[in-house]
Ligand binder design. Structure first.
Ligand code: BDP
Length: 325
């Protein structure tokens, strides 16, 4: 009873402070990363900015370390509104929203800046709209660098993947990518990868430097080879219904907070990525540069052909991405 009364009083005080008559709302936010990862700091900053810019009308509680569930589960929870918002990778979203799969085609982007140019153009608009219709609306794009392979040996050509069991994120394009090189793909939740590498359930995985370092994959895989086969962006994505129910003013405030937090994330990412690389190198990881990635790109021809044959409507997005400078 006492607890209820207190809650009521706090609620009433907040409403009085806001002076708008609207009830303050608390959003639950999902983040897979731990302390020390750039996205964790950026999501904390996002929460601060939302509180600031909405005058306390919306507060965001960020749950770090994936405690609200694995990424594929959390994506579903955002779509149904059980989680309000989060920092998501577009890889597992592509499994649900076809347009978002553009970014999961290996080597579709020439570089991270090229990826952002595509996202900021017509293709990004089409993707955002489709994601919004699916219930998971992106309100800012986040950097996740490039993903490369790691295992107990260097992977310098597609032939080096042959026969290896490689963990991938949950997306059929990634299983096709590994199969096209003669490897055995193993889709698995991020939280299970370190143990799987350690016990030999998988022989290797692929990720960017910050994730390779932050959850200890570098402690159990000795060679990181710069294949940079996937440049997958991330988003700050919100439940569409929740966002659309906000007033125009509140929508602008939340969007502005997301955009500012995303710019902050990109700065942290640039520094954090370099730092993670030096740290794993200092820990003895052998980082191999791959001067010519053409054999990897050539090996992806069947992935593109099969994908476009099954999803002919995606040809337009692929064409826009490939013709963007
Ligand atoms: C990290 C992404 C995270 C993914 C993870 C993975 O930031 O969203 O869940 O890779 O490989 O780089 O599952």
């Amino acid at each position: 009873m006492l607890k209820k009364l207190t809650t009521f009083c706090v609620g009433a005080a907040t409403v009085a402070m806001l002076g708008s008559g609207a009830m303050a709302d608390t959003w639950r936010a999902w983040n897979i990363h731990n302390d020390g990862h750039p996205n964790t700091a950026a999501m904390d900053r996002f929460a601060e900015l939302v509180a600031e810019k909405t005058g306390g009308e919306i507060t965001v509680d960020v749950f770090h370390g994936g405690v609200l569930g694995s990424q594929p589960d959390a994506i579903e929870q955002v779509r149904i509104g059980a989680i309000d918002i989060g920092n998501f990778n577009l890889g597992p979203i592509g499994q649900i929203v076809n347009e978002a799969n553009l970014v999961s085609l290996p080597f579709i982007f020439k570089s991270v800046p090229h990826m952002f140019r595509v996202l900021d153009g017509e293709a990004g608009g089409i993707m955002a709209e489709a994601m919004g219709e699916a219930g998971i609306l992106p309100i800012a794009w986040v950097d996740a660098g490039a993903r490369s392979f790691y295992a107990q040996k260097p992977i310098e050509t597609p032939a080096d993947v042959e026969g290896l069991k490689i963990r991938v994120m949950n997306n059929d394009l990634y299983t096709a990518m590994i199969s096209a090189m003669g490897g055995n793909p193993s889709p698995m939740a991020f939280g299970e990868v370190q143990q799987a590498l350690k016990t030999g359930v998988v022989d290797g995985a692929e990720n960017n430097f910050p994730s390779f370092r932050s959850v200890g994959h570098y402690e159990v895989a000795s060679h990181y080879s710069l294949s940079e086969h996937l440049i997958i962006p991330e988003c700050i994505c919100v439940n569409t219904t929740k966002f659309n129910a906000l007033s125009d003013e509140m929508q602008s405030a939340v969007r502005a907070a997301a955009e500012e937090a995303a710019l902050y994330q990109r700065e942290l990412w640039a520094v954090g990525s370099e730092k993670a690389r030096s740290e794993v190198e200092a820990a003895g990881i052998v980082v191999t540069e791959i001067a010519d990635k053409t054999p990897f790109q050539d090996a992806m021809a069947s992935v593109y052909n099969d994908y476009l044959a099954a999803n002919p409507e995606m040809a337009k997005l692929v064409e826009i991405a490939q013709s963007t400078d």
